[in-house]
Every structure is written in structure tokens, then in C-alpha cells.
Design a protein around this ligand. Structure first.
Ligand code: TXA
Ligand code: MG
Length: 347
């Protein structure tokens, strides 16, 4: 299959040409797949009403069919088509955080979307992204767009056009370039079919931020690391680079006897650079140890780089101390590092 690409990085200066938009619209309407940028990660989009399109998404990614997709919208008015009985509290949160990096699981109204998109569940995850390009496309196309992260199953989520191209060129109808995803980690997924709500996947919108809007509305217990998580996607094996990756929290415990230091990379904040052994490689994670936003933004592109760089045999990556803000980063990192870590608090 030929994969067409569009470069819309310059959308602030001029809007995409009408012909391009018409072509994209037509491809989605006819059940084709186009990857599009969002502020979290790139998504592999298809018409959520079209069973062939949704089936093709699972095939293109090599994704297990019991792992439901998030439906992307541009307007709250679209909700009435395929959801029902959304609580007043949930609507308050949607109005507060959308467009933005949070998906809400709400009761599904059957009959409008194809059954496959929700993996046979009676609920559906919905998100309204804020990314300039992604949002513009959703508005123009005006369809509910099902979109998992635009990577092959088992690979890191893509935060750059090049990542999507590497994984999906030849497997999808098109890829839209909208520059690097600002956030860099997938959205928070909040289960709103129960109250208090439950976080099914941690992201940059934290429990505290939600409870600042509605006090005491989020269950204290999270189970996304259990065998039976709320979000089926959390149970699958996630990406781990071929290069062995170890989380490092305490530089005093780094082995000092490695022979091939020049093939070892330390992915750490700039203000920890002085602790990196002289002969080892330094990769900047973020400017300082407080800058989680930047670490989130960079994480997946650094993981992509590890597998493309034959000069790195082993990598140590900085583990932030446990906090609400570090939850999403550490959740992704523990999976990438197969739980390998050097214990101890950061000093
Ligand atoms: O930031 C994001 O959320 C990105 C961008 C493209 O929007 N999308 C994304 O989709 O990460 P995906 O398919 O890779 O992850 C969706 C997660 C999975 O863990 C899935 O199991 C969960 O959401 N999920 C979706 N629908 C659900 C439902 N009805 N009940 C429970 N979990 C659900
Ligand atoms: Mg994914």
C-alpha cells in the first residue's frame, strides 16, 4: 500500500489546502486509515462508525482485539450520538479539561459506532485533543475518529512524524506531520462509569488536578499494574528497547567496573550530568530534576533513539522519586525497563 504524507507543521501561518482536506475526508469516509498528530502522541485514526476501518486499525498495529480504542471528537455535541447517561460530574470535568490530554470512559449508547471499537464492552473511551493540527482535522472531517497510538504493538508510542513513518509506512493510507507532540505521554484515562472515578491509566492530568475541580471524586486505589486492570491495554507487554535499560535513582550505586563505558549511555537531567562517569555517553532527559514535563515530552523519542543507535549497549535512565507528578513517567518507564532498577532514593 502506498502511504501518502502531508506536512501541516506550518498550520499557524497557513491552513492546509482545500484539496488536501477533501482527500483526507474522503479517505476517512471510505474506511481508510490516516495517522494524525495529537498533543499526547500521534494516533492511528479511522472512522469509528466503519467496521472495516476499525478492523484495519487492529491489523495495521498488530493489536489484540480485546483492547478497546479511544474515540476522538472535536465538539461535545458529538457525544449524544454514541454515549448515554454521562453524569453531571463527568460533564464538568470534560468542560474543564477538554480539549486536552484526558480520556473519559463513559456508558456507550449502542448502534452508532461499530461494535468492534469498544471491544464488546458497554462503555467507550472518548477524548477531545487540543493539538492545532489534530483538532483542525477532526473539525473538518467531522466524524468520530477511533485512534490508538500510531505505533506497531510492542513499540514505543510515536511523538514525531518520523516515528510513525518508521512503523507504519506501507501499512496505512496516510500520515499527517504536525511536529513533535507537546506532552509526549499518552492521555490520562479516567473511568467515569463508577463514582468515585478511577484512574485507568496515569497521565499528565493527575488525581489532584481532577480533585481540584471536584473534591474527593477520584478513588484512592489504582489498579493499573494489577493482572486485571480497568484498561485492558495496561495488561499487555509494553515496549522495552533491545538495549538493556536500567532505571537509576542513586548514582552511588552505579557499578564502577564496567569495561565498555563508551557504549553505556546515561539518560539523566542536565543538573546530574556531573555524576555521569567520564567515559560514558550522556543523553539529556530534561534540564533539571524538577522538570517532569520536559522528561515526559522527551521520553519516547529517547527510547526510539536507543534502538536506532548501535553505539549504545546499555542505558541507565533517571528514575524520579515517587510523586503524583512522576506517576505517568514512572509507569511507562517501569514497563520499558522490565522493572530493572537500581534501588534507593535520589540524593
Ligand atoms: O493519548 C492517547 O490517549 C493516545 C492518543 C492518540 O489519543 N491514544 C492512546 O490510545 O493511547 P491506545 O489505544 O494506545 O490506549 C487506549 C487505552 C488502552 O489502555 C485501552 O485498554 C483503554 O485506553 N481503554 C479504551 N477504551 C476503554 C474502555 N471502554 N474501558 C477501559 N479501558 C479502555
Ligand atoms: Mg498505545
Amino acid at each position: 500500500m502506498d502511504t501518502k504524507t502531508w506536512d501541516f507543521r506550518n498550520i499557524n501561518a497557513h491552513l492546509p489546502a482545500n484539496d488536501d482536506i477533501e482527500e483526507i475526508k474522503r479517505i476517512y469516509q471510505q474506511g481508510g486509515l490516516i495517522a494524525l498528530p495529537t498533543e499526547t502522541v500521534y494516533g492511528l485514526g479511522g472512522n469509528a462508525k466503519n467496521d472495516e476501518a476499525v478492523k484495519a486499525i487492529y491489523e495495521a498495529k498488530g493489536r489484540p482485539s480485546d483492547n478497546p480504542l479511544i474515540v476522538h471528537i472535536h465538539s461535545m455535541s458529538q457525544l449524544a450520538d454514541f454515549t448515554q447517561n454521562i453524569s453531571a460530574e463527568t460533564l464538568t470535568l470534560m468542560r474543564h479539561f477538554w480539549p486536552g490530554p484526558i480520556s473519559f470512559i463513559v456508558p456507550l449508547k449502542p448502534g452508532y459506532l461499530c461494535d468492534r471499537v469498544s471491544g464488546g464492552l458497554s462503555s467507550i473511551a472518548v477524548r477531545m485533543p487540543s493539538h492545532k493540527v489534530g483538532r483542525y482535522i477532526l473539525q473538518q472531517v467531522d466524524l468520530p475518529i477511533a485512534a490508538p497510538s500510531a505505533n506497531l504493538s510492542g513499540r514505543p508510542s510515536p511523538t514525531l512524524f518520523e516515528h510513525v513513518y518508521q512503523d507504519l509506512n506501507g501499512r496505512v493510507d496516510g500520515i499527517i506531520n504536525g511536529d513533535q507532540s507537546e506532552e509526549g505521554l499518552e492521555s490520562t484515562v479516567l473511568d467515569c462509569t463508577v463514582f468515585p472515578f478511577r484512574i485507568a491509566r496515569p497521565g499528565s492530568i493527575t488525581k489532584q488536578m481532577i480533585e481540584d475541580v471536584i473534591p474527593n471524586s477520584v478513588d484512592a486505589v489504582t489498579d493499573y499494574n494489577s493482572d486485571k486492570p480497568i484498561a485492558p491495554g495496561m495488561k499487555y507487554k509494553h515496549y522495552a528497547p533491545d538495549t538493556p535499560l536500567t532505571i537509576i535513582r542513586n548514582f552511588n550505586k552505579v557499578p564502577t567496573t564496567l569495561s565498555e563505558w563508551h557504549k553505556v549511555a546515561f539518560i539523566v537531567p542536565d543538573n546530574k550530568k556531573h555524576l555521569v562517569p567520564q567515559k560514558a555517553q550522556f543523553i539529556s532527559l530534561c534540564s533539571d530534576t524538577n522538570d517532569l514535563k520536559e522528561a515526559n515530552h522527551n521520553l519516547y523519542s529517547i527510547l526510539h533513539r536507543l534502538d536506532n543507535d548501535t553505539n549504545i549497549n546499555h542505558a541507565y535512565i533517571y528514575g524520579f522519586n515517587d510523586s503524583e507528578q512522576s506517576n505517568a513517567y514512572m509507569n511507562r518507564l517501569m514497563k520499558a525497563a522490565n522493572q530493572q532498577e537500581i534501588e534507593g532514593e535520589d540524593l
